[in-house]
Design a protein around this ligand. Structure first.
Ligand code: SF4
Ligand code: SF4
Length: 283
């Protein structure tokens, strides 16, 4: 049977919070029996938008990563409920959605710590663990997508239905990644452009001196090499700026080679502990 997957494009999220607010609109003061009790107005972030600032002045960017429950295929929360002797308290539906039963899970505060993604929140008032339901109550009424996906104006959130056997090929074709792959939880939330959040960049400007004036080196070639292999290349823009993204943090020394025209060249060796601006490289 095909199951639901959410695709989140980090490069398209502008932090407008429409997803977060639509989730509140759907669930605060609304009871969906069998799916979830009302979400508290404050404290819970079933769709949590995490933010990361990268770089140094003047080369800085910010990435936003919307993060709901991963609706794991091998869900630690489901296993925790079974271990606690309450197998019905959290369960995975045939369509892939993981539900915390609002009756059976009452009082099970330990479930909050069972989620390695921090997706389960405790409701003091109702004595319940709660999380994103993938808006299963709407999908069961024929909706084609949850509220947060419908509310996203940039298309950063989408949903698809896939057979489990199709997920690997689909992810490869669309360059999708998952959070914490080392946990083998088989998340049903697939991220596009996750490098914008998880990796770092090398940026800088290239210039040269001519007739005692500093000129931008537009169209200079910048190669980043590691142990002899080229891991990234860029051409400088009209201001002489370049940015090479997707570099793993703390991965040692990189060799930068800048070439402009036939006679201007420079080599620099640098460590990249995090995103870095090389400032102006004079040729
Ligand atoms: Fe359970 Fe957390 Fe996985 Fe959601 S992300 S299914 S709450 S373990
Ligand atoms: Fe909230 Fe529904 Fe989106 Fe989950 S799928 S974050 S419950 S709006």
């Amino acid at each position: 049977m095909k199951q639901w997957y959410m695709i989140i494009d980090v490069a398209k999220c502008e932090d407008c919070n429409n997803c977060f607010l639509s989730c509140k609109d759907e669930h605060v003061e609304n009871d969906w029996p069998g799916y979830t009790s009302p979400q508290p107005r404050h404290g819970h972030r079933w769709m949590d938008i995490l933010r990361k600032e990268r770089g140094q002045y003047p080369h800085i960017d910010i990435a936003y990563r919307p993060t709901p429950c991963m609706h794991c295929g091998e869900a630690p929360c489901v296993k925790a409920a079974i271990k606690a002797g309450e197998p019905g308290a959290v369960y995975k539906r045939e369509d892939g959605i993981v539900i915390i039963d609002p009756k059976q899970a009452r009082g099970m505060r330990t479930l909050v710590n069972a989620c390695p993604y921090g997706a389960i929140f405790w409701n003091e008032e109702t004595d319940l663990p709660q999380k994103c339901t993938f808006c299963a109550h709407l999908l069961d009424q024929g909706w084609q997508m949850p509220r947060c996906v419908q509310a996203c104006p940039t298309g950063a959130l989408q949903v698809v239905k896939l057979e489990e056997s199709e997920v690997e090929t689909f992810s490869t074709e669309h360059h999708l990644n998952i959070l914490k792959p080392e946990l083998a939880t088989k998340p049903h939330v697939l991220y596009k452009n996750l490098y914008r959040y998880d990796t770092c960049f090398i940026a800088g400007s290239v210039a040269y001196e001519e007739n005692r004036r500093m000129e931008c080196a537009a169209g200079a070639r910048v190669d980043v090499r590691k142990d002899g292999d080229t891991i990234g290349s860029a051409m400088t823009d009209m201001f002489g700026d370049f940015k090479i993204d997707g570099i793993r943090k703390n991965s040692g020394t990189f060799n930068i080679e800048v070439t402009f025209g036939t006679d201007r060249k420079k080599k620099i060796d640098i460590d990249v502990p995090t995103s870095i601006s090389l400032g102006t490289i004079m040729l």
